[in-house]
Write a protein that binds this ligand. Structure first.
Ligand code: V47
Ligand code: SF4
Length: 364
């Protein structure tokens, strides 16, 4: 016990002195299971960067198709083209959603979908142009690194050329999906058809070098160990040192329903693990200004509580979400701006509406 306490104090001293903590330190924090001590330290580290401010944005998700050639084992959203429930929006349906979003004051459209076997590259360019035509001020955050890799293949273009075309059509930044757990042994169990962790990082590096910002996620609470999580964050921290192109880290809590991994009884999952993971991300990822609690997967109560555990971002209004809800997420489909402002205020924090690139729109 005494040895554990002194180890914790050494880590706390590093954090208060602004020194980087090591992989072993992060592993120790996961294993110590002292949520309140770790959370207090993370809250201190967050306060130093963000004070009492908590970001949110007004956005709308569009999952344009659930037809996907990959079929990751944790995914309840994807279907084959002939399966009941398979869908693919046409450009009119995309336009209508963008119009609705603009009317509701959204500043961002978030587009993520399956890897459709037949859609041509032009469809994706048209989708971006369609949203931009609705409103020039709507930022389009679209396509995970996995989708970018796929689009380059169907376009027959290099990564740089693909990104160039997408940017010309209106792509503003990338969401952080597809990272899952970067270590290949875990990917082999979760998503053998998906691009490797190395390729995910390579694409993100090119994205950043092309001048676009991106987010980074980590899907946790399935077959991975704490060491896999630390390894994942180590790779993100290294790339961030190199490019500075990640805006935010978003741990995604695994949802168990309707997918082949749903039988897992991961002993680590639950509210304590959610908060611990967010807090350790804040402490370890010292080069990420923003740590986001994605309320869709966490539920509003854990997301709100996380604001006392190092989190400074709650994502957005979302409006229509399929990936988490198809897998059993119990959260609502949307939160209004008033709901989010109230949730943040009641945690004793100051709500700040941001745009996708973390410029302040309005402090409440
Ligand atoms: O890559 C799929 C995850 C991701 C499940 O950048 C699941 O702001 C939990 O990229 N349980 C796509 N997660 C979503 C995504 C995203 C979401 C919110 C914000 C941002 C952002 C990005 O959803 C996938 C995968 O990791 N996912 N199935 C599931 N059963
Ligand atoms: Fe397809 Fe993405 Fe689902 Fe994997 S997580 S099956 S790539 S939609």
């Amino acid at each position: 016990m005494g040895r554990e306490l002194s180890r914790f104090k050494t880590i706390a001293t590093k954090v208060t002195n602004g020194e980087r903590i090591t992989d072993d330190d992060a592993l120790f924090l996961f294993e110590c299971r002292d949520l309140l001590a770790v959370g207090e330290l993370a809250a201190f580290a967050n306060h130093r960067i963000n004070g009492k401010r908590v970001f949110f944005n007004v956005n709308r998700h569009i999952n344009h198709t659930n037809i996907c050639v990959n079929r990751c084992k944790f995914c309840a959203f994807s279907k084959t083209a002939d399966e009941p429930g398979a869908y693919c929006y046409d450009l009119e349906e995309i336009r209508n959603r963008a119009i609705e979003a603009a009317e509701q004051g959204a500043t961002e459209i978030h587009i993520v979908g399956g890897l459709h076997p037949d859609l041509p590259f032009d469809f994706y360019l048209e989708m971006l142009r369609t949203v931009r035509q609705v409103s020039e001020t709507l930022h389009v955050k679209a396509f995970t690194a996995v989708e970018i890799d796929y689009l380059a293949k169907i376009a027959g273009l290099s990564l740089a050329e693909t990104l160039g075309e997408l940017k010309l059509a209106g792509l503003g930044s990338l969401p952080g999906g597809g990272a899952e757990i970067l270590r290949q042994e875990i990917r082999d169990q979760l998503c053998p058809e998906k691009i490797s962790g190395e390729r995910w990082l390579e694409i993100m590096k090119d994205v950043h070098l092309s001048g676009l910002k991106s987010n980074a996620t980590m899907l946790y609470g399935h077959v991975e160990s704490y060491s896999d999580r630390v390894d994942h964050m180590r790779r993100l921290r290294m790339l961030q040192d190199e490019t500075g192109g990640f805006q935010v880290f978003i741990p995604l809590a695994f949802q168990k329903e309707n997918n082949p991994l749903g039988h897992l009884k991961n002993p680590m999952s639950g509210g304590v693990d959610d908060l611990m993971t967010l807090a350790i991300a804040r402490l370890y990822l010292d080069n990420f200004a923003n740590i986001k609690a994605y309320w869709v997967m966490l539920g509003e109560k854990i997301a709100q509580t996380s604001l006392c555990f190092g989190v400074n971002d709650l994502d957005g209004t979302v409006v229509e979400e399929k990936i988490g809800h198809d897998a059993g997420a119990g959260s609502p489909q949307l939160m209004t701006k008033d709901d989010i402002v109230s949730l943040i205020s009641k945690a004793g924090r100051c709500p700040v509406e941001r745009d996708t690139l973390y410029n302040v729109i309005r402090a409440y």
